[in-house]
Design a protein around this ligand. Structure first.
Ligand code: 9RB
Ligand code: ZN
Length: 368
């Protein structure tokens, strides 16, 4: 039983600029700040906890490579790739596409190393070099559709790797389970009419992007039925998320029977996150991972690749990610010292209005 693991120091060199969420602008009262909300330190802190806890000794460290232009072009437009590459040569860098996702000079190379890292991990899991894996990459990818970056994402790392698995490795059916607190709009759009890729997004209702992630978005043409959105009410905690995993995600995976499962794992449903209002603890992330792994053992020999997406509490995200990696590797390393606080927040139990929202999504599984 081996779990692959990827991190690269270059991911931590992403230059997110002096804005906090919007670019700093003294004229409208937006103060500069050393850490943009998506500053890579949060991800670097995950890596450091994985090392300091000793968990890294139970993992098989893989080396990321840069995705090639041809690999990016499997899911992205030539215009998007060219624009990012060009802006990346400018002294002040550029923006992924929405004006709040800055990158510095050389950001293209960091982004291609993120996409290539996920390709390497998918390669290792599909070929059997490792049983499952955790690609701790940065910047994130799940908001990027084919023609732009957005929401701190430059290229859709998970989608690029899924396209690699389909087109190079001959993997027939792939499921992308996105439990980042924001909607997985990128993969939804990229694979909308592709029935060989099931996309399921469990997210906070109307959080980000605006007007996105509704139950009614179900795929197009031959892909109709192969996209499921489960928008959850703000305030959903461990029990609500596990109810969504048990009644939406697990039945969808059983019905679809993929050959590979990719989890777009943002840790931003965590109870201390500044960009959402959910109440998931490290125990929730551990249990969600275990449950997806259990169904993966039934349908696809345990082939699960976890891809890092969002997560913005520098304090708590590392413990949530640690729990997820521990579950993949089947070991325990370090207790979560914050659990005494977040475990006592209340809001853990499934509420009737949460159940109602999740049941509505679960009803869609019958049509896979
Ligand atoms: C702006 C808006 C956001 C809010 C949250 C994220 C999180 C991304 C993530 C990104 C952008 C809106 C600046 C709406 O973690 N993904 O996983 N900002 N959103 N309007 N405007 C002007
Ligand atoms: Zn997110």
């Amino acid at each position: 039983m081996t779990t692959g693991y990827i991190w690269h120091e270059l991911y931590g060199w992403s230059d997110t600029g002096s804005g906090g969420l919007f670019p700093a602008d003294a004229g409208v009262g937006l103060q500069p700040i050393s850490h943009h909300v998506a500053h890579p330190d949060t991800k670097r802190r995950i890596h450091e906890l994985i090392v300091v806890s000793g968990l890294v000794d139970s993992l098989d460290r893989l080396t990321p490579r840069h995705a090639t232009e041809a690999e990016l072009l499997r899911v992205h437009t030539r215009e998007h790739v060219d624009r990012i590459r060009h802006e990346s040569t400018q002294a002040k860098g550029g923006d992924a596409g929405d004006g709040i996702s800055p990158f510095g000079k050389g950001g293209y190379e960091i982004a291609t190393l993120a996409a290539g890292g996920v390709i390497e991990m998918v390669d290792a899991v599909v070929s059997g070099k490792v049983d499952n894996g955790y690609a701790l990459v940065h910047p994130c990818g799940h908001h990027a559709p084919s023609n732009t970056g957005m929401g701190f994402c430059m290229f859709n790392n998970g989608a690029v790797a899924v396209a690699h698995a389909r087109e190079v490795m001959g993997v027939e059916k792939i499921a992308i389970i996105d439990w980042d607190v924001h909607h997985g709009n990128g993969a939804q759009a990229i694979f909308a009419s592709d029935p060989s890729v099931l996309t399921v997004s469990v997210h906070q209702d109307r959080c980000f992007p605006p007007n996105s992630g509704f139950l009614t978005e179900r795929g197009e043409g031959a892909g109709f039925g192969y996209n499921i959105n489960a928008p959850l009410p703000p305030g959903t905690g461990d029990d609500g998320y596990l109810y969504a995993i048990d009644t939406v995600v697990v039945p969808a995976l059983r019905a679809f029977a993929p050959d590979l499962i990719v989890i777009a794992s943002g840790m931003d449903p965590n109870a201390m996150d500044p960009l959402a209002r959910m109440l998931v603890t490290s125990r929730g992330f551990r249990a969600m991972t275990e449950r997806v792994l259990a169904v993966a053992n039934e349908v696809c020999e345990g082939k699960v690749v976890v891809v890092q997406e969002g997560g913005y509490s520098p304090l708590y995200v590392p413990f949530c990610a640690l729990a997820c990696v521990e579950a993949l590797a089947g070991v325990e390393s370090r207790e979560d010292p914050y659990y005494v606080v977040v475990g006592g927040f209340g809001g853990k139990e499934l509420q009737p209005h949460q159940k109602e929202a999740i049941d509505a999504a679960a009803a869609l599984v019958a049509e896979i």
